[in-house]
Write a protein that binds this ligand. Structure first.
Ligand code: SAM
Length: 332
């Protein structure tokens, strides 16, 4: 069975890229009056504790979401739009550090991300102290936050433990049949929902790539989905690692979008070098995930500008060495 558990990775730099992009997409796509079907083929547990054993062991959130808060004076300004109470705190702190150079305002989508974290962590909203960032939303919770009454969210998760956690976490929301959870293979089940009833859909395909064949399955699954329902918005996350399949995936997605006459957008975020290093004892150290990408077929016309504003700030805050950077491409 699978050994990947997203709890080890929740809030890492890849989640920052993936979840800010997801917020931008959900915000735009839920503005229309027609019902939207959101399908999350690899949902994970839905909600994670950043002070739990998994995340504390891996420390990945420290290199991800916490870095958004741990910049000069940022904790006080980041939460400025979360609540009136927070605004007072922000003003006080800003006054107390009058000599500190002003911090650039966050790009709107990063501010939306911080506001969402604050809404799940009331103490964070009140204090601005990242030590109070304890609950982290996975993609299902982010998606659910934006739904209106007519929209539907369909979640698929195969891992028995994560499926159980996801079911429990969603049940707590008390949203009834608007959100469904099934322990099924997300790659296989997608076709049965396309085209959706109101002919509006967004699909997030976010596998763990624990099995090498996941890369090929993503490409096949997306090609099939576009054939069945050409106007859906299809969103793929992938890791950028030295593996041929990982390099090929965005190229395959670009080819399939172009051949189908669909527009696409491709964003990548690199936070550090992918080279192995040696520590003082001579042990070889693996760098961990250095970079990841988001590929979107049929992106909203607003997405490029939103990411153009947010990506340099992600690099500035999350970048660890001079290899840090971003790319943003689009076509069609
Ligand atoms: N989308 C989640 C988020 O952003 O919060 C994270 C998902 S995690 C990267 C990938 C998840 O897919 C894991 O929880 C794993 O158990 C699950 N999984 C692996 N293969 C699957 C499959 N074929 N169908 C559905 N879920 C699968």
């Amino acid at each position: 069975m699978f050994s990947y558990r997203h709890a080890f990775h929740a809030g890492n730099h890849a989640d920052v890229l993936k979840h800010t992009t997801l917020i931008a997409l959900m915000k735009y796509l839920t503005q229309k009056d027609t019902a939207l079907t959101v399908i999350d083929t690899h949902a994970g547990a839905g909600l994670y504790r950043l002070d739990g054993d998994y995340t504390e062991t891996s420390g990945e959130a420290q290199e991800g979401v916490f870095r958004l808060f741990n910049v000069t004076k940022a904790a006080s300004t980041l939460v400025a739009s979360a609540s009136t109470a927070t605004k007072t705190i922000a003003t006080k702190k800003a006054g107390a550090t009058a000599k500190t150079p002003p911090v650039e305002a966050l790009a709107p989508v990063l501010q939306d991300y911080v506001d969402l974290l604050c809404s799940l962590n009331p103490q964070l909203a009140q204090s601005g102290d990242p030590a109070h960032l304890k609950i982290y939303p996975g993609s299902p919770f982010i998606e659910q936050q934006f739904l209106s009454g007519r929209d539907k969210l369909k979640l698929f998760e195969l891992h028995p433990t994560d499926f159980k956690s996801l079911t429990g976490n969603i049940a707590q929301l008390g949203v009834g049949r608007q959100v469904s959870v099934a322990r099924e293979d997300g790659f296989e089940v997608l076709k049965t929902f396309l085209p959706p009833p109101a002919r509006r859909a967004m699909v997030l395909c976010d596998p763990s790539y624990e099995i090498k064949t996941d890369y090929a399955r993503v490409a096949v699954c997306m090609a099939d989905a576009v054939k069945r329902f050409a106007t859906g918005t299809y969103v793929v996350w992938y890791p950028i690692i030295p593996r041929p399949e990982a390099h090929d995936l965005p190229r395959k997605l670009k080819t399939l979008a172009t051949k189908a006459g669909r527009s696409w957008l491709h964003a990548t975020l690199t936070v550090k070098s992918s080279k192995l290093t040696t520590d003082e004892t001579g042990d070889v150290k693996r760098p961990g995930l250095p970079a990841s990408g988001m590929f979107v077929i049929n992106p909203p016309h607003t997405l490029k500008a939103e990411l153009q504003a947010a990506l340099p700030q992600m690099v500035a805050r999350l970048g660890q060495d001079r290899n840090a950077g971003f790319t943003l491409d689009h076509g069609g």
